[in-house]
Design a protein around this ligand. Structure first.
Ligand code: SAM
Length: 250
């Protein structure tokens, strides 16, 4: 039989303390939900010790310059489940349930989940090797469930040589060039199916460049995190959402 042994820490449990660092160094895997405000520092603390980990982050952590390059190089990836499906808190029976963040689980428990979390990990899992089933560009333009894609098609950015794909499920499976996809694409990312080229996100890098709009001639490097993707509409440049720039591998 396994007996759980424990003792109190001497200090306050701060992960930066020597005491907790020693525990980290002994650990095989670190699994936790770190404070979002210290996410970057906590991840660096794990990586400096070269540990396996599974931690909860905010969806936007994907775009951090301390995180995205690791994802791009397939050193770190998402666990399974994102947004509402990541976790839940059981609430009392008299708690009023409303909105899409509330549900009743298979045991009849009332569950509230936040919709902005994800698992970040370097533990291997099978789901990330399952390629997405996609339609050709022609079929998407005709049959996509998304009206925007049927009506507007795939717009080309004015500051990146890439097309905008506003929904992950609308990635055309026969387009050979670079495509800008929503950051939630990473939940479906299969490294055998796609290569990540970079990220187009306004203000992700040097604050001095936050308002810069890149022209086609100016950009040379997709790993430049400073330029949000721009589409010029009726002569007015319009920034789209942050996008991950990807390319088919197969
Ligand atoms: C999001 S909560 C997660 C709590 C718990 N791990 C869980 O999964 O339910 C983040 C926790 O980190 C703790 N925390 C904040 N700063 C910390 C630090 N410097 N070192 C260690 N823990 C810290 C907070 O007190 C809080 O309990």
């Amino acid at each position: 039989m396994f007996h759980l042994k424990w003792k109190y820490l001497d200090g306050d449990g701060d992960f930066r303390s020597e005491e907790v660092k020693r525990l980290r160094d002994e650990a095989d895997i670190i699994v936790t939900n770190p404070p979002f405000s210290m996410f970057r520092e906590f991840l660096a603390w794990i990586l400096e010790a070269d540990k396996k980990f599974l931690i909860i982050g905010n969806v936007n952590c994907i775009t951090y310059k301390e995180v995205f390059p690791l994802i791009k190089d397939n050193k770190v990836w998402l666990g399974t489940g994102m947004g509402r499906w990541i976790s839940g808190f059981a609430v009392p029976d008299d708690y009023e349930l409303y909105g899409t963040e509330a549900r009743i689980n298979e045991d009849g428990k009332r569950i509230i989940s936040t919709n902005n979390g994800l698992w970040l990990t370097n533990l291997e899992h099978g789901r990330r090797h399952e390629p997405m089933m996609l339609m050709t560009m022609r079929d998407n333009l005709r049959y996509s469930k998304r009206k925007q894609v049927r009506e507007l098609g795939y717009q080309h950015y004015d500051n990146y040589d890439a097309i905008d794909v506003p929904f992950t499920e609308c990635i055309p499976d026969d387009y050979k060039g670079v495509m800008g996809v929503p950051i939630t694409f990473l939940d479906k990312y299969c490294p055998e199916q796609f290569e990540i080229i970079g990220m187009a996100k306004r203000g992700a890098g040097d604050p001095a460049l936050r308002t810069k709009i890149y022209t086609k001639e100016e950009y040379t490097n997709y790993s430049d995190l400073n330029a949000g993707p721009v589409i010029i509409k009726n002569g007015i440049p319009k920034n789209t959402y942050p996008r991950i720039l990807i390319k088919h591998k197969i």
